[in-house]
Design a protein around this ligand. Structure first.
Ligand code: G3P
Ligand code: CA
Length: 230
């Protein structure tokens, strides 16, 4: 079972910060998950629309110019990173799951992915795009046919993983509380990987392994590595 560092090693460093991603690389995470919003025509790595929780700023991210963005502190003494800078840091050493939080992320994310593919040594399958808004993934799938996409779901639908099929998705990303054997078996029967967010308890981590899920998102990769080593 693969381990994805959720918002980097967010248990030990500020979430979605450059330091959290450096720690994930040092820990040899199989993948790094991060959240992207389109701000001032750039793909910015930040979870919330509001700046308050994760930076020293306040108000909506969408009111900022790029120079104002560069004045922010994401908790590690640096501004929240631009996607392209994270991809330059990772440079093919890990998978990256880019979660698009809003439509405004689509265009700048496409641009950064194309640039990263040309410059930083990624294979297409290392850069997976996910979103709760499946219409975003439909747009992505048209533009980047060789990159994996993965719809996020937060419940267990009546038709299980069927939403992945029209997207020609490679995986489905499921909530830990609503991931069960029926969902995992349905996804696998459709040829999909199953990745589960966000696993913070030992009993859930072990349950996911027993269910045969392919990857889990964890805030503390060191903790997960230690639990799974036993
Ligand atoms: O991508 C998995 C997970 O990160 C989705 O939820 O709120 O942590 O972005 P959230
Ligand atoms: Ca996320």
């Amino acid at each position: 079972m693969q381990l994805f560092a959720h918002r980097g090693v967010s248990a030990l460093a500020p979430e979605n910060s450059s330091r959290a991603f450096e720690m994930a690389l040092t820990a040899q995470a199989d993948g790094i998950e991060l959240d992207v919003r389109g701000v001032a025509d750039k793909a910015m790595v930040i979870h919330d629309e509001d700046l308050q929780r994760t930076t020293n700023g306040s108000g909506s991210v969408y009111n900022l110019s790029f120079s104002q963005w560069q004045q922010l502190d994401a908790g590690d003494g640096k501004p929240p990173p631009v996607l392209l800078d994270v991809l330059a840091m990772v440079a093919g050493k890990s998978q990256v799951n880019i979660e698009l939080k809003c439509c405004s992320a689509i265009k700048p994310v496409m641009k950064d992915i194309k640039q990263a593919m040309a410059l930083y040594g990624f294979e297409p399958e290392q850069l997976c795009l996910s979103a709760f808004d499946h219409h975003i993934l439909k747009a992505v799938r048209c533009e980047l046919p060789s990159h994996p996409v993965a719809p996020l779901i937060s419940a267990c639908p009546l038709d299980y993983a069927a939403c992945a099929e029209p997207l020609i998705a490679q995986a489905i990303h499921c909530h830990v509380e609503t991931t069960n054997l029926e969902l995992v078996e349905d996804a696998h029967a459709r040829g999909l990987d199953v990745r589960v967010y966000t696993v913070t308890r030992e009993l859930d981590l072990l349950r996911m392994r027993t269910l045969g899920v392919d990857a889990v998102f964890v805030d503390d990769i060191h903790w997960a590595q230690a639990v799974l080593a036993h």
